[in-house]
Every structure is written in C-alpha cells, then in structure tokens.
Write a protein that binds this ligand. Sequence first.
Ligand SMILES: [Fe+2]
Ligand SMILES: [Fe+2]
Length: 317
Amino acid sequence: MRSISSLKKSLSVKETPETDQDSTAIGPDKARIIEEIRKTIYEVRDLPTLPTIAHEVCRLIGDPNSSMVDLVEVIEEDVPLSGRVLRIANSAYYGVPRKIDNLKMALVILGMNEINNLVTTISVLNLFPQQSGKTTFDLNAFWRHSAACAELSVGLFEGLGLPCPSSTYIAGLLHDVGKLVLNQYFPEYLLTCINYAEEHHITLAEAELKLIGVDHGHIGSWLSKRWNVPDEITKAIAQHHVRPSDTHPYDLPAVIDQADRLFYVMEGRSTEEAVELLGKDSAWEAWHANRGRSTPELIKLLYERIERSLKLVKIID
Ligand SMILES: [Fe+2]
Ligand SMILES: [Fe+2]
C-alpha cells in the first residue's frame, strides 16, 4: 500500500535540487514511481476500459476495407448510443433541415468521419467519473480542452493543406488521458506537479518530467496500450510533448502538440489577439512556413472549430 507521506517525500521539490538540469534523468525514486504507475495501469482491475464502440471505431478507421454498413452495425448494437447519435444528428448542432430517422441516413448525410468522431466523443467523455479524483482537477474543462484539440488537430492538417490521418480526431481527443490516470490513482503526484509547474513557470509536462521522470503523454500511452488502441494513436499520445529529435514536424504527434499549444494561445483571446501573438512567435512562423492558409485565415477557421467542439461537449454532457 502506498504511503501518502512517502509519495509526497519522493515528489518533494527538495528531493530534486535546482542544480539538477537533466529533467529526464531517472533517479531511484523516480524509477520506483514510474514502476508504480506502470503497474497500476497494467494490473489494476477497476481501471476504466475503453468502451467497445470506441474500440470498434478505432479498428474500423484503421481498416481500409471497412464500410458504412460495418459502422452502422457496430453502433446499432448499442441502443442508448444509437439514440444519442440520432438525437445529436437532429439537433441544432448540425442544423440539418430534414429529419434524420436512422443511423444509415445519419451516415449518408453527415459522413462517416463525422459519425466516427461523434460516437468516440460520446463514448469516452464519461470514462473517468468526476468524483474519483482528489485534486481540484476540472474534468469538464479537461474534456473541453481535449475535444478542442481534436478539432484543432484536424483543422491544422486541413488548413495547411496536408493529408489528415484518419486517427487524428481520436488521438487529439485522447492525447491527455494520462492526466486522468494521475488524477484518479495518483492525485498527490498530479497536485505536486501542478503546483511545481505554477511556481516555476513551466508546463505541467516539464514538471512531471522533473519530478516523476515521465510526462502524462507517456503515462497515457501505457493506458492506450492496455486498451489495445492502434499504435499510431498510442504514439501520438506518448509523444505529444516530447518526441525524438528526428520526428517530422507534420507527423501526427507534432501536429497534436501544435494544436495543444494553439489552444492555450487562442483560449480567452480574440482572433486578432491570437494572430498578433503568433506573429511574434518565430517557432509558429517556422512551423506554419506559409503553407496553405495564411495565419489570420487559419486562426479564424480554428476558432470556429473550437466553438463546434465546445457545443458538442455541452450537448453530450
Ligand atoms: Fe498534454
Ligand atoms: Fe493537452
């Protein structure tokens, strides 16, 4: 059984002196903590499982031979889910002028991608119940961020005129799932890292690397491995903050990272303010590299996508 005081001690700032510049170095305590987290993910019985439907959607989008009929069959097996999909398909969110009576019709009118994204969002949104965490972690804000990043990632591929991998939306939706693991099973770790990040003006992922030795991306990828999520999604989750230096800048993990950064640039700001900030950001300029749409055009479209994602999370809630 874990002792909270020993956890706090092993995570305390005093244990990791300021002179320790190598944030990826794993000391004996970090190794023990990492093992503890891995064991929890791989061995705990009551760990939330990825709903069958999300699994099936992951499998279908990765299978070039899958068809609309396959997807309808999978969704129809889950009666409450089918009902929700139809209710949302007929809501103002899509604004379809005619009544959508059945799933096949929803698929024809809204498209396979849209239905894939919708059923995945519905099925993962209640994965970890709010009351399970002992920190002040805001689960609703978490899913708003995740759904926004899913939309932003797709929007970035499209806006830059790059082919969008079919798993982009799901990878964006699940990219921070490691934070949920920390919140549910290691709330003291999460709280210590959040406080450390705030005190030192660094990101949460940097604080996690410093104090735990792995970030929530890696932790999330262990969960997605246990869930048997396709490798491309697991890799994107693992590498959305830290990647090998030779990763291509428009690979899925890099685009999700960019979407994540953009979310924080755009959140609470107007299009003009966000564009102005990005204009001063040489890393953004280099990444955007005048591909596809101009930054102002792109940001305007991305705000519309965030708006859509917020509406969707609200409808599903
Ligand atoms: Fe993250
Ligand atoms: Fe994130």
